[in-house]
Design a protein around this ligand. Structure first.
Ligand SMILES: [Zn+2]
Ligand SMILES: [Zn+2]
Length: 139
């Protein structure tokens, strides 16, 4: 008993009553899958060099209005500093110029963002809902 108390004490909340039940449900939730899907969101990874923004918070994505493919600043520098070059995104190959790259505006990526948000919400919903449902049925 004292061993259990010590373990829960580390989390600054005693598991008693509904709180305890909720706590154990939260512990049984596989939150890591939510976190993983967030971190591997394709919109946060440069499709060219596969750098993830969460590893490099200063990373910025640029788009070109020719095709709206997104890539990180360093890829734009590397690929287009010698002059016009084909878009490196697979299946695109439009000729792009470095000076036309710019930071994406909300309008340009509105649909993309919406899809993203929906996918995240769906992932959270699928991940968290079964436990919440179980909680409601128990109480
Ligand atoms: Zn890149
Ligand atoms: Zn492209």
């Amino acid at each position: 008993m004292s061993r259990t108390a010590a373990r829960n004490g580390a989390q600054s909340r005693q598991p008693d009553g509904e709180d305890g039940e909720l706590h154990s449900h939260l512990q049984s939730l596989d939150l890591s899958s939510c976190v993983t899907s967030y971190h591997t969101d394709p919109s946060d990874i440069c499709p060219v060099c596969k750098s993830a923004r969460y590893l490099n918070p200063n990373m910025r994505f640029l788009i070109n209005p020719e095709c709206y493919h997104k890539m990180c600043e360093s890829c734009v520098d590397r690929i287009f500093s010698q002059g016009p070059a084909p878009c490196p995104v697979a299946g695109c190959a439009r000729t792009l110029r470095k000076q036309r790259f710019r930071l994406p505006k909300f309008e340009d990526l509105q649909i993309e963002r919406e899809v993203d948000v929906r996918r995240r919400v769906a992932a959270m919903y699928a991940c968290c809902f079964p436990s919440l449902r179980a909680l409601q049925e128990k109480s």
